[in-house]
Design a protein around this ligand. Structure first.
Ligand code: PLP
Length: 439
């Protein structure tokens, strides 16, 4: 028994953070967890149930992060836990095709019309990385067009002007990404269709794919302007390029078929490839990319585009993901929509009452609040917000037992377990937090 791993030896967040900081850079395994942009000591969680998480000090919080998206049914949902327990009893990993991954693949294909075939991977990053390789392999072209402030995981090429943790730390790029890598990436402002047109006009026949978040949610929530995604599809297709719609965040969260169900299915545009993660793993590591069968058939072993993974389609992870997806019913989406609407309005009303300039922005049931007066349509707009006011708001909510995303650039996540009791606890905390943001 190694006592370094006995959490009872350091039963509080401050002590755990000190220990973690000795063995892990910054004390965290993913940067936004470190509270750098809001200050203070990150809370180390020891359990989660329903809408609540509990830290190592025994303090309970209403959770509005939901593991950044996967916990759409709430923490420790009995169906997901039961599916995982049953899968564990059958064995942890085989490195062969398995029973569970077939069912998860079928469920994804059944829900999202543009996905004729899908391949499972272990994270959203792997999904986008593989999708851009496949788009390059299919088109034989080198360049990728992305939008400033859209985050697609920590793929080298896609860390050019990314949002999320990169936005939080205001790094335009990451050290360690070579210039030759980003030379093949064109970055234009989000929601700026003329910039997209100009990029294609400047280099016809060179762009393999446009990759976009189906609704941007990693610079705060910035919905696409009406018709933006449809125009993207038509401009890309006119040039022979592919459209990759990244639904790692929005997939299976905004509707049965994600943002596509709210936008593409209604406006009649179709992405060629889509990427997923988060909800399809139910809290375990799963990602996926899929789309047109003629494109997907270029993947090894059928075609020349190599892509693989020791733990891809892992039986425990796919069991969790399938159970999670099966809980994503029409009733759940009605609940998420109503809860997000009520919560956004509550927060906005509290800030308005305290005189805090802010902007509530939504894409379906994902929303965030920008601490500034103006509408946010792109990354430059997002960066004009008052992050100091957000930090004060965040800490007041944290003290009152509400765990918000520890960054002004992230969406707030609700779940099927956020009920009136959880909302009332948030409502009680809001006035003081709004006052803190005002001062
Ligand atoms: N794409 C989007 C839109 C995301 O929001 C994220 C993660 O937040 C990713 C890709 C990367 O996913 P992962 O963190 O699982 O690698």
């Amino acid at each position: 028994m190694n006592d370094h791993f006995d959490v009872t030896a350091a039963p509080n967040s401050a002590a755990l953070f000190a220990r973690a900081s000795r063995v892990t850079p910054g004390g965290v395994n993913s940067p936004v967890r470190a509270f750098r942009s809001v200050g203070g000591t990150p809370r180390f969680m020891s359990s989660g149930r329903g809408a609540y998480i509990t830290d190592a000090d025994g303090k309970e919080y209403v959770d509005l992060v939901g593991s950044w998206g996967p916990m759409i049914l709430g923490h420790s949902h009995p169906d997901v836990i039961a599916a995982v327990r049953a899968a564990v009893d059958r064995g942890l990993s085989f490195g062969t095709p398995g029973v569970g991954e077939v069912a998860l693949g079928e469920e994804i294909v059944a829900r999202v019309a543009p996905v004729e075939q899908v391949r499972l991977v272990s994270s959203g990053t792997e999904a986008t990385m593989s999708a851009i390789r496949l788009a390059r392999g299919f088109t034989g072209r080198p360049k990728i067009l992305k939008f400033a402030g859209c985050y697609h995981g920590h793929v080298d090429a896609l860390l050019a002007s990314a949002g999320s943790g990169v936005a939080t730390f205001a790094l335009p790029d990451s050290a360690g990404v070579t210039r030759s890598t980003t030379a093949e990436v064109i970055v234009v402002p989000y929601n700026d269709i003329e910039a997209v047109r100009a990029a294609f006009a400047a280099e016809p026949g060179v762009i393999a794919a446009v990759i976009t978040e189906a609704a941007a949610a990693n610079m705060g929530v910035v919905p696409p302007l009406d018709g933006f995604n449809a125009e993207l599809a038509s401009i890309a297709h006119a040039d022979g390029a592919l459209l990759i719609s990244d639904e790692v965040m929005t997939g299976f969260r905004l509707s049965r078929s994600g943002m596509f169900g709210l936008d593409g299915a209604r406006q009649g545009w179709t992405p060629d490839l889509m990427t997923f993660g988060k909800v399809i793993g139910g809290g375990l590591p799963v990602g996926a990319f899929g789309g047109r069968a003629d494109v997907m058939s270029l993947l090894a072993p059928l075609g020349p585009v190599y892509q693989a993974g020791t733990l891809s389609g892992n039986p425990i992870a796919t069991a969790a993901g399938l159970a999670n997806l099966q809980g994503c019913t029409d009733d759940l989406y009605r609940h998420l929509d109503a809860t997000a609407l009520a919560l956004g309005d509550l927060a906005s009303a509290a800030l308005a009452a305290a005189g805090v300039p802010h902007r509530l922005q939504r894409a379906g049931n994902l929303f965030s609040i920008f601490f500034g007066p103006d509408e946010v349509r792109n990354y430059d707009d997002a960066r004009r917000q008052n992050t100091t006011a957000f930090a004060a708001f965040f800490h007041s909510m944290l003290d009152a037992g509400v765990y918000l995303p520890p960054s002004a650039y992230e969406a707030w996540f609700v779940s099927g377990a956020h009920d009136d009791t959880a909302l009332a606890r948030i409502a009680d905390a809001l006035p003081a937090a709004a006052q803190a943001a005002a001062s």
